[in-house]
Structures are given as C-alpha cells and as structure tokens.
Design a binder for this molecule. Structure first.
Ligand code: ZN
Length: 267
C-alpha cells in the first residue's frame, strides 16, 4: 500500500509527465473504482480538460484539471503508470486517460481503490477525506503540535500512527519502521509515552519518512508501482535479523494487518 513518501514522488513524476497536456479520451475499463458520478459523465467531463497540477494529500493523489479534480485513493493495490501510447487493457486496468502525447493508466489488482471526479477543490463526497490530521511531513506539524495531538489519547501507538485522523500519510508498513527507529513497542498505549519518547517518536517519524522519500526519489514511476520495498528494516521481515541489534524480528497478525517489531530494541 503506497504511503506518503510514495505518493509525494508519484505526484512529482506525474507533474513532469502530465501537466499542460489535454485529455483527448478517457475510458473506464472497470466501473467499480469510479465513485460519485455515472461512468458516462466521468468520461465526458474529463474530455478536453487539461492537467494543471498533481499533488499528494496524505494517502490521496489529486490531479487538478481545468474545471475538475481527479482524486485517487489507491488503497492496497492501486497503481498509476504513464506510457507513451495506448495499449490493450489487462484485467487489472481500471481507467485509462489519453492525451495527444501519452496515456495515464490506473490499474488495481484487488479493485479496492477509488477514483472521484469532483468540482475543483470540493472534496465533500470523497470518502475518508474530511477530518484528517496534518500531513506527517507538513512543516506546520512541529513537535509541540505533535505533543498536543497526542494529549488525551489512549490508543495503541501503532494504531494511532496509522490513524489518518491523527496524522495523515502513514500506513501499516512505515508505522512499523518508525516505531523500530524510535525504540517503542507497537503495542504501547500512547498515554504511557514519556516526554523523551514522544520527542524521539516525532523525530523518528520525520527521519524514516524522509529517508524513504529520498530513496524513492531515485526510482521511476514503474519501479515505485512494483513496490519493491527493499529498504524496509523491520516490516515484512518476520524471523529475519534485526538490523539494529542482531536479534530476531517478531511478527504478529491482527485484522489482516501484519506487525513486525524487535523485542530487544522496542520497549
Ligand atoms: Zn533489534
């Protein structure tokens, strides 16, 4: 599942590839991902629109057109690719958007992603968009703001980090990475963190997400779409050696989500 670092780099790549180009054809290959308006309207309204900007907003991608915004929630397996020409769609291809120069493809193996076409700046019909916290990498999220947001919360710290209403942009994988780096057990209650642990968690969040974004910034859109997360230190590494202490990485699964952590490094 792409998280904020992936989405920021995907937005940069799409900006380079699409901005200034006008849509000449939109085809919905599978209607299941299109939400909020009939597929015929979705195809008709995008026609003649020009890509003006692409940005990441937490775990959403916003492709701003002339009159509308295309909002993508990639969920677990949504992928975007840009290729020079139209191709034959595969069973995973959901939507293709062609310009004179190129074509943008949205594919989704599990078909759980969501695409909306909304009036510019109006995200009221986008599910799970409103009510989110500040972006995990937003400069306005200072240590003091982070502390205030933690105040009065009693959730398990990993669940809190993944909660988009607390901060937006962190998912299951990078929450594990952040907590290893911070030396905090994923099962700790947020209310038990000391002042130093909170500070450490805040800086770990920034360091881990920035490091991953720097690594991804060297990769192409296709490489990011393939989700080769070879930089992970603890997530998906159950039973392997902890890179920090040489112990074994533990693994617990709950609600279809896997948690990996190091019992020696994380307290
Ligand atoms: Zn360790």
């Amino acid at each position: 599942m792409p998280e904020l670092p992936e989405l920021q780099i995907i937005a940069e790549r799409l900006t380079d590839l699409l901005v200034g180009q006008t849509i000449v054809k939109t085809i919905v290959h599978n209607h299941i991902v299109v939400h909020g308006l009939p597929v015929a309207d979705f195809m008709a309204r995008t026609l003649g629109e020009t890509f003006e900007d692409v940005s990441a907003d937490g775990k959403f991608l916003i492709l701003s057109l002339t009159k509308y915004d295309l909002v993508l929630n990639l969920m677990l397996t949504g992928r975007v690719r840009v290729i020079p020409r139209y191709k034959r769609p595969s069973s995973h291809d959901m939507v293709s958007i062609q310009t004179k120069a190129t074509s943008l493809w949205y594919s989704d193996r599990k078909k759980m992603g969501r695409i909306y076409l909304v009036e510019k700046g109006d995200y009221s019909q986008v599910a799970d968009f409103a009510g989110r916290g500040p972006s995990a990498l937003d400069p306005s999220l200072t240590l003091e703001v982070f502390r205030r947001r933690l105040d009065g919360r009693h959730a398990q710290i990993k669940n809190l980090l993944r909660n988009q209403r607390f901060v937006k942009g962190i998912g299951n994988a990078y929450a594990d990475e952040i907590l290893l780096y911070a030396g905090i057990s994923p099962f700790r209650k947020s209310s038990t963190l000391t002042s130093d642990e909170t500070k450490n968690l805040y800086h770990s969040m920034q360091k881990v997400l920035t490091r991953i974004r720097d690594i991804l910034s060297e990769r192409s859109l296709d490489e990011i779409a393939s989700e080769k997360r070879d930089f992970l230190m603890v997530h998906n590494r159950g039973g392997e050696i902890c890179p920090l202490c040489g112990g074994r990485v533990s693994e617990v699964s709950a609600n279809r989500f896997k948690t990996n952590y190091c019992q020696t490094c994380q307290k």
